[in-house]
Design a protein around this ligand. Sequence first.
Ligand SMILES: Nc1nc2c(c(=O)[nH]1)N[C@H]1C(S)=C(S)[C@@H](COP(=O)(O)OP(=O)(O)OC[C@H]3O[C@@H](n4cnc5c(=O)[nH]c(N)nc54)[C@H](O)[C@@H]3O)O[C@H]1N2
Ligand SMILES: Nc1nc2c(c(=O)[nH]1)N[C@H]1C(S)=C(S)[C@@H](COP(=O)(O)OP(=O)(O)OC[C@H]3O[C@@H](n4cnc5c(=O)[nH]c(N)nc54)[C@H](O)[C@@H]3O)O[C@H]1N2
Ligand code: SF4
Ligand SMILES: [Mo]
Length: 720
Amino acid sequence: MGHAQNREYSQRDYHAIERDGEDLISTHCCFCGMQCGMNIRVKTETKEVIGVEPRYDFPMNGGRLCPKGVAAYRQAEHGERLLSPLIRKNGELVKASWDEAMELIVSKIQEVQAQYGKDAVGVYSGSSMTNEKCYLMGKFARIGLGTKNIDYNGRYCMSSASFGFNQSVGIDRGSTNPWSDIKSADVLLLAGSNTAECHPLSMPYIWGARDNGAKLIVIDPRQTKTALVADIHLDIRPGTDVALANGLLHVMIEEDLVDYDFINKHTTGFEKLKELVKKYTPEYVSEITGVSAEKIVSAARIFGQSKNGMAMFARGVEQHATGTDAVSTYVNLCLVTGKIGRKGSGFATFTGQGNGQGGREHGQKTDQLPGFRKITDPKAREYIAGVWGVDESEIPGPGLSAFEMLQALGSEIKLLILACSNPIVSSPSVAHVGDYLKSLDFFVAIDMFLSESCELADVVLPSTVWVEDDGTTTNVEGRVLRLRGIDRTPGESRRDWEIICDLAERLGRGKYFKYDKPEDIFNELRVASKGGIADYYGITYEKLDNMQGVFWPCPTEESEGMPRLFEDLKFNFPDGKARILAFEHKGPNEKISEEYPIFLSTGRVVYHYLSGNQTRRIESLLNFCPDPYVEMHPNLAKKYNIGNGEMVKLSSARGSIEVVAKITKIIREDMVFVPYHWGKTLAINHLTNPALEPNSKIPEFKVCAVKIEKKAEIVGVKHG
Ligand SMILES: Nc1nc2c(c(=O)[nH]1)N[C@H]1C(S)=C(S)[C@@H](COP(=O)(O)OP(=O)(O)OC[C@H]3O[C@@H](n4cnc5c(=O)[nH]c(N)nc54)[C@H](O)[C@@H]3O)O[C@H]1N2
Ligand SMILES: Nc1nc2c(c(=O)[nH]1)N[C@H]1C(S)=C(S)[C@@H](COP(=O)(O)OP(=O)(O)OC[C@H]3O[C@@H](n4cnc5c(=O)[nH]c(N)nc54)[C@H](O)[C@@H]3O)O[C@H]1N2
Ligand code: SF4
Ligand SMILES: [Mo]
């Protein structure tokens, strides 16, 4: 032991320890978009999951895992897994056979579609599923059910980045560069990303850059663990990123820190931007954003003077009613300084869910067909119809986006199939979402744990956990990866793709859904994506096994993929030029008022994942963070006479919750912050604003107006 402790290991010296009677299954984490490599330890004979080890061979995480990654395997043997289908009888969900459950679903689908038309069935799915499953959901909705109404939880997540990237450079790959490039940047600008808690294994890359002398600029209303180590922290007022980025552009243009040669050769729109940002002086921007003028000038100088640099952002920038404007305005920082197309220069959004990237490429979105094709494009429709073996007229057009679909439940949509999402926790204004779900004629949910949404369903179907299936995901870099599964399906559980194919068969559409294994689906996806923007044609399971993943586009079998985009400085528009776009600051959809004088922002903690339906069941994670809380600055707390740990009632125009106060100097005085990983009475989404971004249809999760009351006083008033 002493020897092992004293030895200086390099990453490569580590190997997962092989033991008799046990197997190591090489796969990737089920949680965030980093998709860290891990080995799942399994008993050979019983196939019981007994542990996890990080993979040392996978470059992204090189032998490390974060607290969620370490605990993820505990889902596999969890006592609360759904092990048989459930049907609602006399108000209760009771065990049923697959035949009974599936026949009931099929008869309800047929009934609803006969009475109200095909589009009265909606499909709402999620990007924690593999590429194979996400692709299948899109295909199943269009030609299994014949409905136009399919959308997914990524609408709440990456959709503003997606639209913003498309309008600026014509391609939506979360990162223009491989993560290894981060270490070569001279400056990193992180906006609205709590990297240390939400993409923890990105931190070694950021440290690496700093070790090489890079400066770190963090733009966040809170001094997050990421902001703590920044050279400059711009503590922005929520909802004002467009103004801030315009301010940075103003200073860079005024001080001649832009690259005119690059602008002239490779972009359009600069003159308009230059004109627009004239009025965004540091002083004016300081008034809007609450960030001091000096800091704005310093940040602009650091970014402008650095040779190489990356602008990176996440939901803090995107989950706003002006989220796509903000994304493109931050992308402008790279375009006006020519920081793109080489090592250490580019931009990225931190992909949220494990397959947040792949899940938005292959037809799970209502306006999209596989390979990032537009569903309204006649050529794309013709091509995909050929791949699917149907007539082009059989593919419906675009339907409703995720939140619009929820709003249409009970009216336009009578039957909902929900897979891999928990919208009664994760949607804005959740009290209304509960009403919408209850107004359905029939509601089917597919999950491996009974979520708050499943509790409202008429039929719940038990799926498997991620380590029980093969497949692929696409990570934050645009790298397609291979997941390997254990050959087991506990109890009566089934894999999502098997459930969907069975349903298609029973609906009489089985001939379009004949697959023996995920690889068969992937091989069809390859062809479906061929010639599209996200071209996977050249990616095979074999290549993925041999190469630690492949970056798309990968159009031919000879191709090894494209880790870095735009090296030829050709952007994806007919003239090859990137679009510099100019947007005015508009601010949040909901303004603070006398009645609701404080901003509320919502987000995450390192120990929990999204709606919490997975991580709230893992004791080691729950113990670290059992309940939600409200972060507030001491000066704000003093105003309301609130002490640390006291109960506080928070209310917006839509609803209220009671949470414990966590008094901390890391947050601005004019706002509060609450993590959103809890359901029912603890869901902060009772308060959030359902206003949608007009282009991406993302809800404005990151800012609304609230009031604060001390709980003790509320009780006093009630009784007094
Ligand atoms: N631990 C953990 N990790 C996760 C997840 C999880 O649930 N838990 N979820 C995954 C998913 S799906 C996602 S989408 C990502 C999310 O990853 P992030 O976007 O990094 O996480 P959030 O906490 O939602 O928000 C990030 C930051 O935005 C800041 N912010 C709020 N309003 C504004 C604003 O107006 N402007 C700016 N500039 N910043 C603002 C918040 O203070 C917060 O620190 O994380 C992924 N990783
Ligand atoms: N207030 C507020 N609300 C937010 C956000 C915010 O920052 N603030 N962020 C938004 C963002 S970025 C996101 S991504 C959404 C996410 O919101 P949701 O989509 O509701 O998130 P999850 O908790 O991942 O829901 C996934 C569900 O599917 C199950 N599941 C996991 N894997 C699988 C699988 O492979 N198959 C099946 N069938 N089921 C599976 C899980 O148990 C869980 O119940 O929340 C959004 N809501
Ligand atoms: S950083 Fe993300 S992918 Fe890596 S272990 Fe943590 S949750 Fe999993
Ligand atoms: Mo997300």
